[in-house]
Design a protein around this ligand. Structure first.
Ligand code: HEM
Length: 121
């Protein structure tokens, strides 16, 4: 999860700050898509861990925010690909941008919740 989060931040950073470089979209697309797969794998592992240890699923702020984050990442990724095919490209682009930013906020909030769960902060 930590590696995928760093990947997401790097990919979004490319879209935010390196738009003048010609490879930014290739990097953004690849790094964010791979990070999404990594994050989805992390969530599956977390579910499996809770299942194996007999815990309660989605029973805290970290878990709820994490679920919102992965859902918004999925929608963002879908819109990322769809924006090139859509009739109303500028609108899809704006939605992709804002759900992507919302995802980043949820992701950072989930990290804080996760660190609190393991008593680091
Ligand atoms: C989970 C995966 C993804 C996330 C979280 C994400 C997030 C973002 C964010 C936050 C921005 C706005 C950056 C800014 O503030 O200016 C952005 C822009 C953009 N992304 Fe993504 N993205 C993802 C996947 C993709 C994919 C797969 C594609 C293409 C196939 C893509 C294409 C674009 C494009 C073209 C822009 C520029 C949009 C514009 O000009 O307004 N993204 N992305």
């Amino acid at each position: 999860m930590a590696t995928s989060t760093l990947g997401m931040i790097t990919g979004i950073g490319a879209a935010m700050f390196f738009r003048k470089k010609k490879n930014w979209l290739k990097i953004h697309k690849m790094v964010n898509s791979i990070s999404f797969v990594g994050m989805a794998a992390g969530i599956v592992m977390a579910f499996y861990y809770v299942f194996e240890t007999g815990g309660e699923h989605i029973d805290g702020v970290h878990q709820i925010i994490g679920l919102i984050a992965i859902t918004s990442a999925f929608v963002t990724m879908f819109l990322g690909f769809y924006q090139f095919k859509a009739k109303n490209k500028p609108a899809i682009r704006v939605v992709h941008r804002w759900i992507g930013r919302f995802f980043l906020l949820m992701c950072l909030t989930a990290i804080i919740g996760g660190l609190m769960l393991i008593n680091v902060i």
